[in-house]
Ligand binder design. Structure first.
Ligand code: SF4
Ligand code: SF4
Ligand code: SF4
Length: 298
């Protein structure tokens, strides 16, 4: 019987050759790490049929199927496609996009992180790039998906503002702020803008509704990295509308595609490829009233 040979699957980004090069691990496209029961059952079935009966959960909210024989790759790829969980990406391309639960579930969330991740996946997943590009979305600066350590990070922020009314000086908000940005002075609340990171967490805590919030906004950071020498991404801009967010992501993806060099992480070449010029171009493109100053998260 003729063995069906793989004709190109092993060149796909989501297919990783193992130590024993007769086998591959196949990573799945799973934006925001969301999977339904049918797809889960399908993965279990596919894993038994083409792998060694186990799946592995990755750090970037996807799954991979280890120990797949080279000659089974094509069939496995078709089975994964039919299951709605196609082969993923892992090379110089836009890889699985991650998100925290956001406004869907988390009481601290400022933005719909899952919705943003799904839309970004739909537009850019597996786009060939000169460097590997990880995109992650956290709905507040608690950064549960470590977006600041990704090439493109999106963080939901919200600036607190003082609402007219009588502060009782009860200190509830002061105890709640993890940054020490709120103090009670002479029975009134004072906000230290230098310390505040716009997490928005205090906004809902005041029993007398003295603290309100500006509309939630999107902080975009560029060039974060993990690995041997981890580094937080550099803040590019904070914008107030979802349309502006997608415009900026589009500009950043195009900029990386055109300017970045292969063989190095994006975070190691930001200055050489013109981060400051990108920032100026972004600020020219976005209406000034849609740009928020700060926050400067250390
Ligand atoms: S990053 Fe913030 S909003 Fe997202 S899950 Fe963590 S605490 Fe909640
Ligand atoms: S927004 Fe966050 S950091 Fe700023 S004062 Fe409120 S709790 Fe503190
Ligand atoms: S702002 Fe609200 S929670 Fe904070 S001290 Fe005043 S009354 Fe208390």
């Amino acid at each position: 019987m003729e063995i069906e040979r793989d004709t190109g699957m092993h060149t796909r980004g989501g297919v990783i050759t193992e130590r024993n090069s007769d086998f591959c691990t196949v990573r799945i496209r799973l934006p925001a790490g969301i999977i339904n029961p049918q797809q889960l059952s399908g993965i279990a079935r596919i894993t038994k049929k083409y792998g060694a009966g186990t799946a592995h959960l990755t750090t970037r909210q996807t799954m991979e199927i280890p120990h797949v024989k080279i000659e089974d790759l094509e069939k496995l790829g078709r089975a994964l496609e039919a299951n709605g969980t196609p082969v993923g990406a892992e090379r110089e391309e836009i890889v699985n996009i991650t998100a925290c639960p956001g406004t869907d579930r988390c009481r601290l969330a400022n933005i719909d992180s899952i919705g943003i991740a799904l839309e970004t996946d739909r537009k850019y997943f597996a786009k060939n790039m000169p460097v590997r590009v990880r995109i992650a979305v956290s709905a507040c600066p608690n950064s549960c998906v470590s977006e600041r350590l990704c090439e493109i990070g999106i963080t939901g922020v919200q600036q607190p503002i003082r609402n007219p009314g009588l502060c009782t000086g009860c200190g509830t908000c002061v105890n709640f702020c993890k940054e020490g940005a709120l103090v009670v002075k002479s029975g009134d609340i004072i906000l230290d803008r230098q310390k505040c990171i716009d997490c928005g967490n205090c906004i809902h805590i005041c029993p007398f509704h003295i603290i309100k919030g500006d509309p939630p906004a999107y902080l975009i950071t560029i060039g974060g990295k993990r690995g041997r020498h981890p580094k937080a991404g550099r803040p590019l801009v904070t914008v107030t509308t979802i349309e502006d967010l997608h415009t900026v992501i589009d500009m950043v993806v195009t900029w990386i595609y055109r300017k970045a060099w292969d063989g190095r992480l994006l975070g190691d070449q930001l200055d050489e490829i013109g981060f400051d010029t990108l920032k100026k171009d972004v600020l020219k493109r976005i209406q000034p009233e849609h740009v928020v100053s700060g926050p400067e998260i250390p």
